[in-house]
Design a protein around this ligand. Structure first.
Ligand code: PLP
Length: 400
């Protein structure tokens, strides 16, 4: 085969996607897998979104879309930012793309040059670092340790920023830890960023609606308006509205940057599916009360898995404030040998042995930049969660 581009040599297949594929393979071979690896809501897309998409298709809304997003959807996003985040964005400060993922891609491709550094809190969604590498810049991790509830300490952030820093990426509630950020903590992060006027800030707020026990979500451009002209506020329909397959992400940001991102976007895709945009208008403008009902269900599942995991020898599990993940610590299992004779040197060993011996799919912490941990997604039914934890307990009780 003729050679591939050098830039691809640094990019890995996403560990959670790899684990989901491996679990699917085993399932197809007849093995009864408990899948706890996929970060995808198990709820259905709201019917009013599907009906809006259907109506749009029948009405002939099936031609090339407006590249930055339909006016109708950008207006719905404008209303969402005002209503939920108290942020004012003009229509030319809003971009729609194929998921939050493509918004992040567009932002980094529009701005990064070789040698630029992008500061990413760790643990963090692995995609950030991979997009940074594809954009030929350098990801730099800033640790958010468990003893600080996986939150970002301003002093650590300050110590990580250099003259080469181009971006800070924020993601609270966080994938994979579920950690969230209080308004006070966000102020402290904003104070650091005020001292670095040449650094862009991308805040990935995709888990905004998934916080529990009254924890109040906040976003940096609203907390510190003086930063707004260099913040890209990213969100999307995937997680809140159970619309992962519709591929709708959106952002608000400064006009010139949005124009540059739209340029990247136009060459990559030329805009997003028209009927998905119609569906997104319907959910953003439609009833929002079911979000709270779903969040209550997620909270109950979180409480269940945290309780069950903390009963397992070798595992301790911090109780996070948001998202639909827990990130248990497995230091007590490392160095031991499984019933099947596998020695566990790393969290990757733990996860692959768990899949082989107890048929539970989860993702190793190392994939997110922190070990020895693993990520469980509790965006699945209670029976699967109970069964998954039961099998993890059998696995850990068998370690010697
Ligand atoms: N941001 C984070 C932190 C995520 O975990 C994910 C999906 O797993 C996304 C963004 C992607 O969302 P979308 O489906 O909108 O591309």
């Amino acid at each position: 085969m003729p050679e591939l581009a050098n830039r691809l040599k640094t990019v890995k297949v996403s560990a959670s996607a790899a684990m989901t594929d491996k679990a699917r393979e085993l399932r197809d071979a007849g093995v009864k897998i408990v899948g706890l690896s996929s970060g995808e809501p198990d709820f259905p897309t709201p019917p009013h979104a599907i009906e809006a998409a259907h109506r749009a298709a029948l009405a002939g809304d099936t031609k090339y879309p407006a590249q930055p997003g339909t006016v109708a959807l950008r207006k719905a996003v404008q209303r969402k930012f005002k209503r939920e985040n108290n942020l004012d964005y003009a229509l030319d400060e809003i971009l729609i793309a194929n998921g939050g993922k493509q918004i992040i891609f567009n932002a980094l491709f529009a701005t990064c040059n070789p040698g630029d550094e992008v500061v990413i809190p760790a643990p963090g969604w692995i995609t950030y670092a991979d997009i940074v590498l594809l954009a030929e810049a350098t990801p730099v991790a800033v640790p958010c340790p468990e003893n600080n509830q996986f939150r970002l300490r301003p002093a650590d952030l300050e110590a990580t920023i250099t003259p080469k820093t181009k971006w800070l990426i924020l993601n609270f509630p966080n994938n994979p830890t579920g950690a969230a950020c209080t308004r006070e903590e966000m102020h402290a992060i904003a104070d650091v960023m005020l001292k670095h006027p040449d650094v862009w800030i991308l805040t990935d707020d995709i888990y905004e609606h998934l916080t529990y026990d009254g924890f109040e979500f906040c976003t940096i451009a609203e907390v510190e308006p003086r930063l707004k002209n260099r913040v890209v506020t990213v969100n999307g329909a995937s997680k809140a509205y159970a619309m992962t397959g519709w591929r709708v992400g959106y952002c608000g940001g400064p006009k010139d940057l949005i124009a540059a991102m739209n340029n990247v976007h136009g060459q990559a895709t030329g805009g997003i599916c028209t009927v998905s945009q119609a569906a997104a208008v319907a959910v953003l403008d439609g009833p929002q009360d079911f979000l709270k009902e779903r969040a209550d269900i997620y909270r109950d599942r979180r409480d269940l898995v945290v309780k069950l995991l903390n009963q397992i020898p070798g595992i301790t599990c911090h109780k996070p404030e948001g998202a639909f993940y827990v990130f248990p610590n497995i230091a007590g299992c490392i160095g031991k040998t499984t019933k099947g004779g596998r020695r566990l040197e790393t969290d990757a060993d733990f996860i692959s042995a768990l899949l082989e011996e107890q048929h539970v799919a989860a993702v190793p912490g190392g994939a997110y930049g922190m070990s020895p941990y693993f990520r469980i997604s509790y965006a699945t039914d209670t029976d699967s969660l109970k069964e998954g934890c039961r099998r993890i307990a059998i696995f850990c009780e068998g370690l010697r």
